[in-house]
Design a protein around this ligand. Structure first.
Ligand code: SF4
Length: 366
């Protein structure tokens, strides 16, 4: 069995670590690219959202590298994600890429359901080994998220353009290469030192923007044209409404790890604008906008793939949040036709607006 999975940002690092720990043969698809998207667009339904098309492209490329089994997350309505695994599997079969499919549905009651599902992939490994593998993968997810958060802080202040990107990529490689918990602890220390070593300009004005929206488009930089990097290079400190480790803790580990931000808080803050689940992360998007406004952010960017129903619901509500809390909100909708140059222009205009608002406020308060 040669197992593959779709890309979603740096998810490949913890997932590969977990599977390698259990001695499963893993094929990581090439990073998502124009070729990946073209494959997905060619074989996927036209009006499917971009995650389906990119997943499909990832699987076709992994198949070319010898993968024969797919691990894919499942889900439940009202958004379409719940049946994507089956649709993608059927499309692959039609085009002659017949692969075994293992769907990991989010556990409903407790973490033991996840362990039982993992055992299906790992066969003879003991329960203890499976638990240790999940723990190891999760520690890598935490380490990767820490590096990402540091990069968001450093990038707008870097003295030499590109220094943060180089340090971040070095830090990620160290974390990715760690083969045991001891090695990972060592890698985290070295990675912290590398990130701390990026020379910074002091006193440069920095605008703070929160990026919220659909999880896949938030986490996969290819699907959002490396939005966070663009913002950082334009002098913006970014925060994102969801990190991989938070999602895993909320949905797979049932909040086992304490002191992490939870989607429950975001959902609670969505009231009175949106008091019920609308699928995907629609409710979290609205609640996160409220939380970021209260935290004093200068602006918010909502990002989602064309035709994403939960985010369309959230988008229709966000202008009300923006006017109640006096915070500008920009919505970016991504699909295979979105161009990077147009995106850059919109970002520059938005940042310009936020910087001028900030200046005026600071002048009034002086
Ligand atoms: S949340 Fe949106 S983008 Fe994600 S699968 Fe559902 S409809 Fe598609």
């Amino acid at each position: 069995m040669r197992v593959t999975f779709p890309h979603m940002g740096n998810l490949y690092i913890p997932l590969k670590a977990m599977l390698n720990y259990l001695e499963v043969d893993v094929v990581v698809p090439p990073p998502s690219s124009k070729k990946t998207l073209n494959l997905g667009v060619k074989h996927g339904p036209e009006f499917a959202c971009m995650p389906l098309k990119l997943n499909l492209g990832n699987f076709i490329e992994a198949r070319e590298m010898g993968a024969d089994t797919i691990i894919m997350a499942g889900g439940c309505g009202p958004c379409r994600f719940g049946y994507y695994a089956q649709i993608e599997h059927a499309i692959l079969k039609d085009i002659g890429c017949d692969m075994q499919l293992i769907v990991l549905e989010p556990p409903e009651k407790n973490i033991s359901e996840l362990i039982v599902k993992m055992k299906k992939i790992t066969g003879s490994r003991s329960w203890w080994q499976v638990i240790q593998a999940i723990r190891f993968g999760y520690q890598k997810a935490l380490a990767v998220d820490e590096m990402e958060k540091t990069a968001f802080q450093v990038r707008p202040r870097e003295a030499k353009p590109g220094a943060t990107d180089r340090a971040f990529s070095e830090a990620l490689t160290l974390i990715d290469n760690a083969a045991s918990q001891v090695e990972l602890a060592e890698a985290r220390k070295k990675a912290d030192t590398i990130m701390a070593g990026v020379a910074r300009k002091h006193g440069a004005p920095v605008v703070r923007i929160a990026v919220i929206g659909e999880i896949y488009t938030l986490l996969e930089p290819f699907s959002n044209h490396r939005l966070e990097r663009h913002l950082g290079l334009l002098g913006v400190e970014v925060d994102r409404s969801i990190y991989l480790s938070e999602w895993v803790n909320d949905h797979l580990l049932f909040g086992l790890v304490k002191n992490l931000r939870s989607s429950k808080d975001a959902c609670a803050s969505a009231s009175p604008y949106l008091c019920h689940f609308v699928g995907g992360h629609g409710q979290e998007t609205v609640g996160s906008a409220v939380n970021y406004a209260l935290a004093g952010y200068d602006g918010i960017i909502q990002v989602y793939p064309f035709t994403c129903m939960p985010e369309i619901v959230a988008q229709s509500i966000l202008p009300g949040v923006g006017s109640d809390y006096d915070i500008p909100i920009l919505t970016l909708i991504m699909d295979e036709h979105t161009g990077e140059a147009g995106l850059q222009t919109r970002l520059e205009a938005f940042i310009d607006l936020l910087a001028r608002r900030k200046e005026t406020r600071e002048a009034v308060n002086r």
